[in-house]
Design a protein around this ligand. Structure first.
Ligand code: ADP
Length: 211
């Protein structure tokens, strides 16, 4: 179930449907629901802060729910707490700030996502450094896509000793125009190759800054 069909909720619901999931998508605005009715399996117009409407839609039987209401804080918090009262085992909720996220966790969200905040952080890494992509896996661990630094060019990865020097692990290598391959100690990288590197955040950041 996806509640709130704004930009985030409608993309999420559409992706779930295209990957074969059955989704009930709910929004309080009839025009919004109408706009997405064709692409989504099941849609309903309802105010999800009203427990009776939720019961009528069979919401208590769902196992997974995403609350994608962002701007209306009260609706986001009330909806999340009602889903928690129903005992839905997996509740995801979108927050617009860390404080909002903390409240959502307090009222029963099992997972909180901060799409604007996370994307802002990710783009900050891309615009300031040489990173081509940046994914934070955990608070302190990241995967980074970056160009091969000069000191690793024309050498096998094992020989460049990047792990002992920078604390990072190269997990994949891509030559221009070719597919990614898994990296081994014997993989020889060339100038212009793209690397996928895993490690502690500060270490991958430092690694992506060397040229
Ligand atoms: P985004 O930033 O992803 O576009 P919004 O917060 O703007 O997210 O959109 C949230 C959606 O949630 C809107 O379409 C809005 O109509 C819907 N919504 C807000 N309050 C309720 C509610 N009480 N019940 C159901 N849907 C709601």
């Amino acid at each position: 179930m996806v509640i709130g069909l704004g930009r985030f909720g409608s993309s999420l619901a559409g992706e779930l449907v295209s990957r074969g999931s059955e989704v009930l998508a709910i929004d309080s605005r009839p025009d919004v629901v109408q706009r997405h009715a064709d692409e989504l399996t099941h849609t309903a117009v309802a105010d999800t802060t009203d427990p009776e409407s939720l019961r009528q839609l069979g919401v208590p039987q769902f196992r997974r729910a995403v609350v994608a209401i962002g701007t209306d804080l009260e609706a986001s918090i009330l909806t999340t707490s009602l889903l928690a009262d129903f005992g839905i085992p997996h509740i995801w909720a979108k927050a617009t700030s860390r404080q909002h996220g903390r409240i959502l966790e307090r009222v029963g969200a099992h997972h909180v996502v901060l799409p604007e905040h996370d994307m802002g952080e990710r783009v900050a890494h891309l615009v300031t450094g040489r990173m081509l992509d940046y994914i934070e896996i955990e608070e302190d661990f990241a995967l980074v896509k970056t160009l091969t630094p000069d000191e690793a060019v024309d050498r096998a990865l094992g020989e460049s000793r990047l792990r002992s020097k920078y604390g990072v692990t190269v997990v994949g290598v891509k030559r221009p125009g070719e597919e990614f391959t898994y990296a081994t100690a014997d993989t020889v990288v060339r100038k212009g190759d793209i690397l996928i590197v895993a490690g502690q955040k500060d270490q991958v950041e430092e690694f992506a800054d060397i040229t």
